[in-house]
Design a protein around this ligand. Structure first.
Ligand SMILES: [Zn+2]
Length: 205
């Protein structure tokens, strides 16, 4: 069992995405007991704060207990428009290097997504990963402090390519994506559309 001080379920899920399995150094983790959501059957996860995950490479199981997150009534599945971290404080579980990696991972997935709603959902998360990365910089500093890196792979990435972690570079990347509120509005509209689709058959019968 591992305690996870996350600001949201989305942050916990992203943590599982970038954290390797201690048994095989591989992964990724897959959250268990979360049947795939469909339009007719929203997920019915177990109650409580424990995220049970299984390593997709070696099959190891691990339980991550959420601290600081009040799970929504619907259970332990993050909503599409969930804000990763509404506070100005930097993450305690995902470091600067990992947020930057997540940004590239998510924009890549957004590019390949099958429909526009999914592209918007992933782009919203990608933009927030940059917002989270930018929370690690102090004052007017152009480079992050050493404390912004929690894991060896990030420290190494910074030592090899400090220019990739220049604050202005991250700000420029963020500037190419839409404003937070604009994206959230679009996502709300997408969710609304899905909701209407779900109820349509009832109207017809
Ligand atoms: Zn493993």
């Amino acid at each position: 069992m591992q305690l996870l001080r996350a600001h949201s379920l989305t942050e916990a899920y992203l943590y599982l995405r970038v954290t390797p399995c201690p048994d095989c150094s591989g992964g990724p983790w897959q959250v268990q007991d979360q049947p795939a959501a469909t339009a007719d059957a929203p997920p019915q996860p177990p109650p409580g704060r424990a995220l049970r995950a299984r390593c997709q490479q070696c099959g190891a199981r691990r339980e991550f207990v959420l601290e600081g997150v009040e799970p929504p009534a619907g259970g332990l599945a993050p909503g599409p428009a969930e804000v990763i971290n509404p506070t100005p404080a930097a993450s305690e579980i995902i470091d600067l290097g990992q947020w930057v990696s997540l940004f590239y991972l998510l924009v890549g997935s957004a590019d390949r997504a099958a429909d526009k709603a999914e592209t918007r959902r992933l782009t919203f998360q990608a933009a927030q990963c940059l917002d989270e990365a930018l929370k690690f910089y102090a004052g007017d500093d152009e480079l992050p402090p050493p404390s912004a890196f929690f894991v060896e792979s990030s420290r190494q990435a910074f030592a090899e390519h400090p220019e990739k972690f220049a604050r202005q570079r991250l700000r420029d990347l963020r500037g190419k994506l839409p404003d937070h509120r604009v994206m959230a509005r679009h996502l709300a509209r997408d969710a609304n559309r899905k909701e209407r689709k779900r109820w349509w058959p009832f109207w017809k019968s």
